[in-house]
Design a protein around this ligand. Structure first.
Ligand code: GCB
Length: 596
């Protein structure tokens, strides 16, 4: 499913705006046929989570079903087009109807999905789109859910959150990314996959695979251009596929220092007539792991940056482009070169912007705190489906440097995880992911409780560590924390002999709280802890990166460890810098030498 674009052949009607909204706590709506229309005095803005928008209507912690409705005028000119409803993401599951006709469901949150409505709707008049969204999770969903009863069966009452969640971010519900009507030519380009390589200092290549819909006898014209070159190739379409290989001399390679993007223009042509056109910015670059280093265009790259979240007052997890621009500006300001989309895929718009700004991305599948005691065949199936759809969505982004296939499996420290079941599970997920993308390294951040014996580490190309010594363990004792950290890192490296990076370390910090002594929660403590970690990380020859937890403070489910927010942000939720931001700006001001 290609990202929608607008040109002479393709058009988009954006349905962002105010939708009619009604919650359905008893899940009676389907039986009562609300999909044919429902009454409600509540409105909601799309994109956006319902939680903070409708806090005053009692929805701050709402978990359950909710209905959305919007009328849309579908123009008569669409008679010669194929028409789709595309939803950028709805968390976590949804069902869609148009004029009372059921179109289908989607069970994977954070990902786009679409349904074709050609021939199902009258043109030149209004139609009504109705979407049922449910943010309840289960053992089979990704992320997995948990109930209050499971917390007590597990003797984990002190860890219980409200609403119950296996993870440390609010389970915001809603339609979080744009809803669009997309009109395409009958015969059209349906998929594009690009592999790029660095052939020499100045020569690069791009291999471009195209899939088409209904175009027998057609051909594809590929053109790749920058300000001084324009390369054109033509290839036939066979079985709805076409492929072309282009070598580029005097190539301008993509890198964080010079995020150069070529314009790839693809035309689908039949009998000299253009049927469809798709344009895509692409970067020529190559990623490798070699001799223990992460290489971009055969040069060592050291990751400096953050784990982030999609979280902001009022809009929750809704896509909010002014915030995207602000966050990238802050990342540039602080001299970061990368971030992780913890703990779920971010909008396509953010991936395109990372390509443009030269920020490297670790793209994460939302298998966060996977608890295999509750997983079954359906969990594995959903996990694979997620990997497949995410790789298909993001494969062509030059900024995407690594996949995280999950985060912190076995957070609960279950012994059974080590008896072979964990190994079996991850072996299958990793080989499935590699069969869909063999060009990028794979990882899964490891937590202290899963420890050095975590079976996932055997399959990772890069060992990613999330550690909180000096915070959850050895609170307030940075000296001892440093000792444990350094020796554990060496033990891990000696066992696995793979490059190591940190994907999380940090301390909750209340902006404005200061102390002349060592004192947790103060701005000075956060800055000190970070300096300590960075000093140790850089002192080890086998490390390839330092990503902090977190870029900004973010809302969590209610529990006694959090004062509404997780306060480990380097910036506040409103993006004010804390003291550590200025220290990091300095620490990240230079490129980290290749041999540390
Ligand atoms: C972790 C998790 C992250 C939490 C963080 C914390 O290990 O990966 O989701 O927010 O710790 O602050 O506890």
């Amino acid at each position: 499913m290609l990202y929608p674009i607008q040109n002479k052949y393709r058009s988009i009607i954006d349905l962002s705006g105010i939708w009619k909204f009604k919650i359905d706590p008893g899940k009676a709506g389907e039986k009562e046929k609300w999909y044919k229309g429902f009454d409600s005095s509540l409105d909601i803005a799309v994109p956006g989570s319902w939680n903070e928008q409708l806090e005053e209507a009692g929805l701050l912690h709402y978990v359950g079903a909710a209905w959305y409705s919007k009328k849309v005028f579908i123009p008569e000119e669409y008679h010669s087009k194929r028409i789709f409803i595309r939803i950028g993401s709805a968390d976590y599951q949804s069902k869609v109807w148009i004029n009372g006709k059921y179109l289908g469901e989607n069970k994977l949150g954070f990902l786009p999905f679409e349904f074709e409505i050609t021939g199902l709707i009258p043109l030149g008049v209004e139609s009504e789109i109705i979407i049922l969204v449910d943010n309840e999770l289960s053992s089979e969903s990704l992320p997995q859910g948990i109930t209050s009863a499971q917390y007590s069966e597990d003797n984990r009452l002190r860890e219980e959150t409200n609403p119950p969640a296996r993870f440390d971010f609010s389970p915001f519900g809603g339609i979080h990314r744009p809803v669009q009507l997309v009109a395409l030519p009958v015969n059209h380009i349906s998929k594009i996959k690009i592999n790029t390589k660095v052939l020499s200092h100045e020569k690069g290549s791009a291999e471009i695979f195209v899939e088409t819909f209904g175009s027998s006898g057609a051909s594809v014209v590929f053109s790749l251009s920058n300000h001084k070159q324009h390369i054109t190739r033509q290839a036939g379409v066979k079985d709805n596929r076409s492929v072309c290989y282009i070598e580029i001399s005097s190539c301008e390679f993509w890198s964080p220092e010079n995020p150069f993007l070529y314009t790839l223009r693809i035309h689908l042509i039949q009998s000299d007539q253009i049927l469809d056109e798709y344009t895509l910015p692409i970067g020529i670059r190559e990623i490798k792991i070699e001799n223990g280093r992460l290489l971009l265009n055969n040069k060592s790259v050291y990751l400096k940056g953050f784990g982030k979240h999609e979280d902001f007052p009022a809009i929750g997890k809704g896509m909010f482009l002014p915030l995207m621009i602000k966050d990238f500006e802050l990342m540039k300001w602080i001299n970061a070169n990368s971030f992780r989309t913890s703990h779920y895929p971010y909008p396509e718009e953010i991936m395109f912007y990372a390509d443009k700004k030269g920020i490297l991305v670790i793209d994460e599948v939302p298998a966060v705190s996977l608890d295999l005691r509750f997983a079954n065949g359906a969990t594995m199936q959903n996990h694979k489906e997620f990997v497949k759809r995410l790789i298909e969505r993001d494969y062509n982004h030059p900024s995407l440097i690594m996949w995280a296939l999950g985060n912190e499996p076995n957070l609960v420290g279950d012994e059974g995880y080590y008896n072979g079941s964990g190994k079996e599970y991850w072996k299958e997920i990793f080989s499935f992911a590699r069969s869909h993308d063999s060009s990028r390294p794979l990882t899964v951040p490891n937590c202290t409780r899963a420890g050095i014996n975590d079976p996932v580490l055997e399959f990772c190309d890069v060992i990613s560590l999330n550690r909180y010594y000096g915070w959850y363990e050895y609170p307030g004792n940075l000296e001892y924390a440093a000792k444990v950290l350094g020796s554990e890192m060496d033990e891990i490296f000696n066992r696995y002999r793979k490059p190591v990076m940190f994907t999380e370390f940090g301390a909750d910090t209340l902006s404005g709280l200061h102390s002349t002594s060592v004192q947790m929660f103060t701005e000075e403590y956060q800055a000190k802890l970070i300096e300590m970690y960075i000093g140790i990380i850089r002192s080890k020859h086998y490390t390839i990166g330092e990503q902090l937890w977190n870029f900004a403070d973010f809302r969590t489910p209610q529990n006694f460890r959090r004062v509404v927010l997780n306060l480990k942000g380097i910036f506040t939720r409103e993006r004010q810098p804390k003291l550590a931001a200025f220290r990091l700006k300095e620490l990240w001001s230079k490129n980290i030498p290749e041999t540390k």
